[in-house]
Design a protein around this ligand. Structure first.
Ligand code: NAD
Ligand code: DAU
Length: 367
């Protein structure tokens, strides 16, 4: 018999990819996806998962402890994989309150539910709470600093990363104080299908296709460590199934890129696709490549993000040594697959941008 997972934030970027990954990888397992369907949560993205009778979607809030307890009991949930969060740094700068509410109080509410059902009521069974966190909790590196390890001091710099750091501490505390079986993974920047178009890579893909400016914050020399989302899902799988209780594991791409170099690579990739496929010019007449211009003419330097972290780099050697984790996708191939996904799923991003995917969800599932 397979396991049942409760996946919070299952309608967000990584949550959707994780549900698809897990349903394929473990044909006997069930998934209950819990998501409040915030602006970033899109049930339309779960179309593939919803076709599977081992998948069930529940619209709800991780802050609703009674609902989570009910789900844990009724579905005899084995493990929780906790993605639900407010995830965008820029939004945390303009409106930090929701980040504290969702990321800190929301995580604590889930921990309370898990403690009640798993430690008080179902004392015979083995359960795990896996918390999905970020490399941003470690703060910013200079060019010469070694990459973040699991023992790097937490120095979060944005309201987003401070809220994730707080949630990491609560997860740790529930293990040490109450004996809850927990693991945490701290991952670098993901990219791939279903990425919400406020984040750098999907924003730039869509802006190139639409002939709009590509906003580069500050000097564009900030460095991120990019990881294809499926590699993250596999890393979480390894931690969830084989990681040691109470431990944290860094997951990274071993793939540091300066923002400006990444955006220029993306521009070249789009130009090459347009050269190979002339039909793209009819579909995207405003793209520079449709008007004999290189896409990088859209690059526009704009005011920097306040408190912008300069460099992230993840040392994932603990996950490699203990769990055999290694990223499988190269950046060149991963970026190409991502671009192809956005070209093939124009309807997805157009409806996300204009909000009309919500009409589709109402038609399919009722409001
Ligand atoms: P996302 O913003 O795309 O998705 C978050 C999801 O959580 C959305 O579907 C949203 O509706 C849901 N949600 C928000 N508040 C909720 C609530 N109160 N109750 C239930 N659901 C709620 O984010 P993402 O990029 O998929 O990130 C998922 C997780 O991974 C986050 O915890 C994030 O901190 C972490 N992470 C992300 C990255 C990355 O590069 N995207 C890297 C490392 C870690
Ligand atoms: O490191 C992991 C984190 O990666 C996750 O925890 C976050 O949830 C996720 O959003 C991401 O955070 P970043 O702030 O690094 O991602 P974002 O795509 O917003 O920005 C990537 C880099 O590009 C960052 O240095 C800011 C810069 N940027 C971003 C945008 C949206 C720009 O220069 N211009 C832009 O328009």
């Amino acid at each position: 018999m397979g396991k049942t997972l409760l996946v919070t934030g299952g309608a967000g970027f990584i949550g959707v990819n994780f549900c698809n990954y897990w349903l394929n990888r473990y044909p006997n397992d069930q998934i209950i996806a819990l998501d409040i369907l915030s602006y970033a949560g899109n049930r339309h993205s779960l179309e593939q998962a919803e076709k599977n009778d081992r998948f069930q979607f529940v619209t709800g809030d991780i802050l609703d402890q009674a609902l989570v307890e009910k789900l844990l009991r009724e579905h005899k949930v084995d493990d929780i994989v906790h993605f639900a969060a407010e995830s965008h740094v820029d939004r945390s700068i303009t409106g930090p309150d929701l980040f504290l509410e969702t990321n800190i109080i929301g995580t604590h509410s889930l921990l309370k539910a898990a403690r009640q059902v798993w430690l008080t009521e179902q004392t015979e069974e083995r359960h795990r709470f896996h918390h999905v966190s970020t490399d941003e909790v470690y703060g910013s590196l200079t060019a010469d600093d070694p990459a973040f390890t699991e023992t790097t001091t937490y120095q979060p710099n944005s309201p987003y990363s401070a809220s994730k750091a707080s949630s990491d501490h609560m997860v740790r505390a529930y293990h040490h104080t109450y004996g809850l079986d927990v693991t945490t993974s701290n991952c670098s920047n993901n990219y791939g299908p279903f990425h919400f178009p406020e984040k750098l890579i999907p924003l730039c893909i869509i802006n190139i296709l639409s002939g709009k400016p590509l906003p580069i914050y500050g000097d564009g020399q900030q460095i991120r460590d990019w990881l294809y989302v499926e590699d993250h899902c596999r890393g979480i799988d390894l931690v969830l199934t084989s990681g040691r209780a109470g431990e944290t594991y860094n997951i990274g791409g071993n793939n540091e890129k300066a923002n400006i170099d990444l955006v220029k690579s993306l521009c070249s990739l789009v130009d090459a696709r347009f050269a190979d496929e002339p039909a793209l010019k009819q579909r995207f007449p405003d793209a520079p490549a449709s008007n004999n211009q290189p896409s990088d003419t859209l690059i526009t330097y704009v005011t920097d993000r306040p408190g912008h972290d300069r460099r992230y780099a993840v040392d994932a050697s603990k996950a490699f040594k203990e769990l055999g984790y290694e990223p499988a996708e190269t950046f060149e191939k991963g970026l190409g697959k991502t671009l192809d996904w956005y070209l093939a799923n124009e309807n997805w991003w157009r409806t996300v941008l204009d909000g009309s995917y919500r009409d589709w969800i109402d038609e399919q599932y009722g409001s």
